[in-house]
Design a protein around this ligand. Sequence first.
Ligand code: GTP
Ligand code: MG
Length: 195
Amino acid sequence: MEVHNVEFLISAVRPEQYPDPIIPEIALAGRSNVGKSSFINTLINRKKLARTSSKPGKTQQLNYYQIEDLFYFVDVPGYGYARVSKTEKAKWGDMLETYFSTRENLALALLIVDFRHTPTADDIQMKEFMDYHGVPYFVIATKTDKIKKSQWNKHLSDIYKTLNLESIDQILPFSAETKEGKDEAWEIIQAVLDG
Ligand code: GTP
Ligand code: MG
């Protein structure tokens, strides 16, 4: 898909701040610094619309982007960042719980994991959280540019097993560097929007 109109709408914490649920939305969840914001930027061909950082913990609220008049991308703050206080973690947990359990127009969650590593306990928990709340999801394994092609199957199967997925086809290899998987990601989104 060629995207022309993208608008940053709001950094939301509470439901009253969420935009009107008049179009579907797609949420990006994943560990801090895994590449969620870069994923959004890659899909919409912008270098810096969603703020990225080599420092983890950059995104702290639910950042809403409207893509044409089609859907919202929601950049969800990353988890697993050790250097935040217990209070911050609890606030973050409450915000996510509220969001994922109540948002009526949430059409898909993209669970972003690092292609290089075995998914962490936090990744597994996030996947189970989606299962629990009945949120449809797809796993995006990003930073494939860091792994030789000959090793890809090994990494895919590791992610598949560790997350206890139903099928290995629930994982899309992706790279913001090489744009690997960009077209396929749009196909997944399009299919969800087409209902
Ligand atoms: P938080 O907002 O802190 O949760 O991080 P994030 O998940 O939004 O990560 P972000 O997109 O800011 O990327 C973190 C770092 O990883 C940046 O330095 C990116 O340039 C880098 N990065 C993201 N995607 C890729 C990728 O596909 N390949 C490589 N090599 N680097 C990437
Ligand atoms: Mg981010």
